[in-house]
Design a protein around this ligand. Sequence first.
Ligand code: F6P
Length: 586
Amino acid sequence: MDPSSVSFAAATASPRTSRARPEQLKVNQAAFEAHLSEAAQGRPRQADIELSRHSVFAGHEAGSGMVAQQPDMQLILVSNRVSSFDAGKPKTGGLAAALEPAVERSGAVWMGASGTLSDGSEQLTPLEQHGKGQVVKVDLPAAHYAGFYHGYSNSTLWPALHSLTERMSPESEEHYNSYCEINRAMARALSRLRKRDAIWVHDYHLLSLGKELRELTIEQPIGFFLHTPWPNPDVIERVPHHLNLMQSMLAYDLVGFQTRRDLNNFLRCLQVHLGMESRSDVVISEQGLTRCQVFPIGIDPQQFAEYAVESLVEYRQEISSIQDKLNCTKLAIGVDRLDYTKGIDNRIKALDLLLTNKPHSISLLQIGTSSRADIPAYSEYQRDIASLVEDVNRKHGSDDGCEPITYRKGHFPQVELAGHYRTADVGVVTLLRDGMNLVAKEYVAAQDPNDPGVLVLSKFAGAAEELNENMALHVDPTSPDDIAAAISAAIEMPREERIERYRAMINTLEAYTIHDWSKEFVRELYPSRGALPADHFRYLGFGWLNEAQVPMYATVEELNVAVKHVQDTRWILPESAAGRSRGGLD
Ligand code: F6P
């Protein structure tokens, strides 16, 4: 069986985590499984009772235009935007690219904004079937959507999360209010989905959705994954209502980050601003227990490699039209949403420097996808990039009309992109900061293993934690000089070294794919609530959040060390946390 087709439900049946963690203690599998079967003989959980009585939507039955059958799913994903699921259409960003395969293969339901605004309360659209999964969209209140999306989410949180505080809009109480209203509306919409064994919330638009769901007395496990970076305490302090936001994030049972740096920043923010300590990345608050964990988002490298080969046939014309325009032998490629966090300006300045020193040494294919263009900072950035490209082309273009930069704006299907990556000698990713950056990973996956290109990667990309300096050429994205030097080294790199670096990168990508990412998150989320044996509850503060993590000790000495560790710690769990976290088993 194709392991990637295992459903979320099946994946969660396994108590083991997919990757051994250094801090993981020995787990006695037999004892754990025995406990699981004992637990299974106990009282059924409330959600299970509801499942047998209700269809997916409360109050919507067949004949009312809604799909009323019970799909084989237990997990609800929520994000602001949902994917188009159209193979011919490009993916709208990393989140969409990541969740689409997860939904199609797992049978989960994905809920997100429909793009249509309602004049009052939130409205649900009919379920759409996509593979094994389904999508449901919500019409959100018009009165608050702009303040939520353009305002607080993208003019306050987005720049702050990327540590670009100079880009933050002046404080607006109204925007924050709209942010809370939309999170509340999403929570109400979600509460109408009856079949929900666990909920997985995505990204900075919905930081407080977990808290809103708890207020609607939803007790199932709720996890959250942040696709962007999380900044340090000095930066987060600049965000209006940061204390409320961080507090509300503690309503989640599991909070996932792209990198260890983001996770550490978050824990430090809790410590500095809320005076909260963590132990083994677990935080105890009056809302219960929140486990923080790193899940570095990946891609499907095999699929991307196949796309690259396919593309050379399917998009032969598009690819050769770029090659024909080149006025030199080497090609670099940049593929970005047109966002000021992406550092496209410095990349173009680097090209200018390089071409000044070594005329005709390189061309750049820059693909730019318009994004959030009705926010002034974004439309200005688009204009700046266009004019920088013009300047460089004017300065370094040749008499026969060849220009060093081919700038193509628009959305491109992934298969076509893969072909362009394959033909480029250098992949240039010079973002100022990014949660992960999947372009870097896609570039690597699309390379010819026998003659691969070189990845020039910003040291501030989340991907730089995995694709380290032995693999990619790391650069300071604020320095055009540094970027120019790296591109120059890349085009001169001998084939043996390129192959060596490529192999290390592709092995890294294959070791943890997008399918591993989603399965691991859900596997960690499911048992994080309500499945813990009561007599183990007092150990929770030590990072054992489910049976799989409760250690069994090989020797009495080991046990004594652990017991001493427990006794020496003076944490007292608030009553409310204890009651709620045991929830389903009582
Ligand atoms: O985390 C960032 C993200 O949500 C990505 O999925 C995507 O790159 C981008 O933002 C999409 O932004 P928008 O939905 O505003 O176009």
